[in-house]
Design a protein around this ligand. Sequence first.
Ligand SMILES: [Zn+2]
Length: 404
Amino acid sequence: MSILPGRRQLEEVRSTNRALLLALARDLRVTTCPALAERSGLSRATAYVIVDELQRAGVLVEAGAGKSNGGRRPQLLRFAPRARFAVGVEMGERDLHTVLTDLDGTVLHRDVAVAQGTTPEPVLAAATASIARLVSRVPRQHVLGVGFAAPGLVDIESGVVHTAVGYEWGEVPLAALLGERTGFPVSVANRSKAAALGEYYSGAGVGARLLVYVYVGRGIAAGIVRDGTLDAGVNSSAGEIGHITIEPAGNLCDCGNRGCLHTLAAGAVLIAQARAQLRQEGGALLRERCGGTPERLTTVQLAEAARDGDDVARSVVQASGRYLGIAAASVINLFNPDRLILGGPLAAAGPVFLDAVREEARRRALAVPFSAVQICPSALGSDAGAIGAAALVLGHASDLLLQD
Ligand SMILES: [Zn+2]
């Protein structure tokens, strides 16, 4: 075996260095080549080669002369976020939510489409049409790629959706199928994992070292981002917090186990509890929100009524928050994160939900890991999954922008 690095290893090093300089330039906004070399620890020669590539791609543009440190005044370089774009699609519970972002992950345009069914074919058709509408708004060659945030268990490496309960998807090669139809490179991840990445990239998780994002809606699932990289476990299935056992002899869960967090704190259970309470008394506001028909009550209506002070909605949402806090305490003890972000419809209830989670987690987690964590709401709200899908593309923007 040769001890000299092969071509592949050299290309990997160059790719890592390029990603590092691009991330630095994005953080610094205006910089110089010597400053990028110094901050990155790369040699000036290496930094010059990469800066030249980024300038040719239009991602760094000249912006006058900087201050001299004795010698010639260095060229100032400005990061140009609109030099390239990414598309992110989230397959939501009812519709497809698609965004076009710049290199900062800032949403420039959005599109909402309803697929004519939940099997792969109508979802692919609706996604392809949405993507085409958004891409038509910018030069096509400046679009780096498409990210797709899918429900279920997704293999991030291959872009295959193994299973998506409730959608009856099995072994769908989504990245390949959507790539064929759109002509773009496609990355796929589970939607909670994508949302975690979105929050890290441009939401409530900016600067976090170890971030755990928990989606609470019809289901409960988490995504983990460590040092800016999605940590999805050995077969892309880390983060299934909804199936942590809370009550060993509890109700049967879709997964076959009993007493999972999902059976105690997720959308359908909360709706059932609220409906049962509405049959008795109280809940005037909640009753009004669902048009006097508890059978039509949605998780979003429940969360909003809790936020606006409805007694029935508050008690149901707080109970969910307490169960979530029990699971959060384990997550905090196990991972020692610095940020725990709560997203999805339930988080939209605001402090009534968040305070219940915080209080229960504080009571149950060990003091040292708890002291390091900030428990906060999602900053991206219902855009988190779609922006996160775009962030799947932006994460390797430095490689994609050289493939023009
Ligand atoms: Zn379960």
